[in-house]
Every structure is written in structure tokens, then in C-alpha cells.
Write a protein that binds this ligand. Structure first.
Ligand code: FES
Ligand code: FE2
Length: 353
């Protein structure tokens, strides 16, 4: 059996907050069909999307209060997945239930934990606070990309591709030419790149709003297994941005979390947050649409890359200097997967006995 592509013991974004309503939303998360909905009080629920009786997807049924009614023979489940009604019989088979997943709403995303519920610690939800913070204006989208989620992680960990894929907006020669630093811890990998005294590319010229040279930064933080936040911006050249004074510039955060849907498809949730011109809703809208256009360029490359990988199954990737960040990211992902494959030892195994 080949190694799984993703760990299950992790929080994965399943939906944007605005997508989840008083309606049944089917999603494939880590190769598991899940149905999501909001209860009458607004709290989210995630259940396995397959009826206990004959496996018809519950998402084809309907909500009744906080319960889901299967659209085939009418079995009714409460929000914990327990069957509370069966047609034409008074006693309910005690084993009649569907799996319910740990779920949380935070920083505008609905997160679910597909693995062992006992390990679902809310403190492990990735930090995306810029997406819901009065000091930042943010918005974003969900894109469904037909590729292994790790290809998106690779893409974000190496921004030299901006020069070649996004030349009309955020890329220019300086990105591919500037050196970078790589570092990592158990759960995080970082790539930091400073481009000093450069002409900003068109996107940043517009955000900055002034002529002249800038110091530009990209500080990429990967949080295993699939969240990448990128601190980006430009400031007037030589005014100390690198040393910590960003007051002569503009700062954004590109927030990305990429949920494996299957081995070869993913749900790519992203947002762009800025800390300037906060009250300008038109700018929030324009930025979201502009960044969506940039990401469409990535999507084309990534889907073509996946098709090429499928057509060349024996070809190993070559790694260059620029791949340091993605190599660390993949190493941290592999560690999480390996930890799940090992026979359980340690405190959790004892507690489960
Ligand atoms: S398949 Fe759901 S009630 Fe029969
Ligand atoms: Fe890109």
C-alpha cells in the first residue's frame, strides 16, 4: 500500500463561513464524504455523508430543525449522528448512527478534524486571525484545484515562480534574483526574502501609491500540514523596514489553507488581508478579485503539472536551492503521516486502553 498523501489528525478548512447556511453542504475532505450544515442557533455540524441504512448521501435529504432526514427512506439523525427516527418501527436499532466530526468555526473558516476525535485540540487550529481582525481588512475565496494539495504548498513555498507566472502583477526579476533564508521548527517552516532598493512590480506600485524605489519583503510561514501565511509588503527604500520599522510602507498577509479533497484534488481557501485604507470596501473587493486573477494563473500551472505527474508516474522531482521551503514542508507533512502509521504508543494509546 502506498503511503497516504495526508495526515488525518489535523484541522482542515471545510468551508468559508459564508458558504455554510441552514442547508446541507456536501464536501469531500481527505477522501471522506462529509455533509455540513448550521443548526438553528448557527453552530456548525459535520456528519458522514452516507446514511447508515443504505448509504445514500444525507446531503440529498433535508434539514428538519437541527436534524437531518435521509431523502431515501426517511431515517432521521440528530447533530451527533445518532438515528432518532426510523419509519414503520418503534424501536431504533442502537447501532444506527453516522460518524460526526469535531468541528470549529474560527477566523472565518469552518474547520473539521477527520482523524481521531480524542486528539482534536482546538488550540491546534491554524492561525489565520488576520482574516477577522479590526486592524486588518480581508476577504478571499475558495478554489477547487485538480491537483495534489502538496503541489499548492510547493507553489507557495517558492515565490520565485512569481517572476515567471505572475509577471504582469506581483512578479519581477528581483524576486528570482534575491537570496532567501530558510528555517524550520517541528511544525513550521519559514522562508524569508528581502528585496532591497528595487522598483516595485505593478501590483505593489499601485498599493504603495507613490513613485520611487522600495524595500520589498516576503516572509512565508508554513504550518503543517497545509497552511501557509505570507507576510508581504513594500516600504520606502532605506527607511528601516527590514529592521522592523514598516511605517513608511504597506503590509499585506496572503492567507492560504489547502485541504486535500482526494489524493489529486484539493480545496484551496485563501484570503488577502491589508493593514492600510481599512474602511475602503471597494478596495477590499478589488484586491480580492485581483488576487483571484493571480491565483488563476497558478491554477493553470498546477493542474497541468498534476496531469504531467500522472503521465510520468516514475519520474522523481529534482530539487534545487529554490525548493528548500517546499522540501521542509513536505518533510513536516511526512512526519505527521508517519506518526499516524506507527503502532500507537505513548500517553494517548494508554488513555485509549
Ligand atoms: S438509505 Fe437512508 S433511509 Fe434508507
Ligand atoms: Fe503564484
Amino acid at each position: 500500500m502506498s503511503k497516504p498523501a495526508f495526515p488525518l489528525n489535523a484541522w482542515y478548512a471545510a468551508a468559508y463561513d459564508v458558504e455554510l447556511k441552514r442547508a446541507l453542504l456536501p464536501r469531500m475532505i481527505c477522501s471522506k464524504p462529509v455533509v455540513l450544515y448550521r443548526k438553528e442557533n448557527g453552530t456548525p455540524v459535520a456528519l458522514a455523508d452516507a446514511c447508515w441504512h443504505r448509504l445514500v448521501p444525507l446531503s440529498l435529504g433535508r434539514l428538519d430543525g437541527d436534524n437531518v432526514i435521509c431523502g431515501y427512506h426517511g431515517l432521521e439523525y440528530d447533530e451527533t449522528g445518532r438515528c432518532v427516527y426510523m419509519p414503520s418501527q418503534d424501536t431504533i436499532n442502537p447501532s444506527a448512527c453516522v460518524k460526526s466530526y469535531p468541528i470549529a468555526e474560527k477566523h472565518r473558516f469552518i474547520w473539521i478534524w477527520p482523524g481521531d476525535p480524542a486528539l482534536a485540540d482546538p488550540a491546534l487550529i491554524p492561525d489565520m486571525h488576520w482574516n477577522q481582525d479590526p486592524d486588518w481588512a480581508a476577504d478571499g475565496k475558495l478554489i477547487e484545484v485538480h491537483c495534489d494539495y502538496r503541489l499548492v504548498v510547493d507553489n507557495l513555498m517558492d515565490l520565485t515562480h512569481e517572476t515567471f507566472v505572475h509577471g504582469s502583477s506581483i512578479g519581477n526579476r528581483a524576486v528570482a534574483e534575491a537570496p532567501f533564508d530558510a528555517s524550520h521548527s517541528d511544525r513550521f517552516a519559514y522562508i524569508t526574502r528581502w528585496m532591497e532598493d528595487i522598483d516595485p512590480p505593478p501590483f505593489w506600485r499601485k498599493q504603495y501609491g507613490r513613485p520611487g524605489k522600495v524595500d520589498r519583503w516576503q516572509i512565508i510561514r508554513f504550518e503543517a500540514p497545509c497552511t501557509v501565511t505570507i507576510d508581504v509588503g513594500v516600504a520606502e527604500a532605506g527607511t528601516g523596514a527590514k529592521q522592523g520599522d514598516r511605517s513608511k510602507g504597506v503590509n499585506g498577509f496572503v492567507l492560504n489553507t489547502i485541504t486535500p479533497s482526494t489524493d489529486k484534488t484539493c480545496l484551496y481557501f485563501w484570503a488577502f488581508a491589508r493593514n492600510y485604507d481599512l474602511g475602503n470596501q471597494a478596495r477590499t473587493h478589488e484586491l480580492r478579485e485581483g488576487v483571484a486573477g493571480v491565483f488563476r494563473e497558478d491554477e493553470e500551472v498546477l493542474e497541468a503539472q498534476q496531469r504531467a505527474i500522472d503521465a510520468n508516474p516514475d519520474h522523481q522531482f529534482y530539487n534545487l536551492n529554490i525548493d528548500a521551503g517546499s522540501m521542509w514542508a513536505r518533510k513536516l507533512i511526512d512526519r505527521m503521516i508517519d506518526a499516524e502509521l506507527k503502532p500507537q504508543t505513548g500517553p494517548h494509546a494508554v488513555a485509549a486502553e
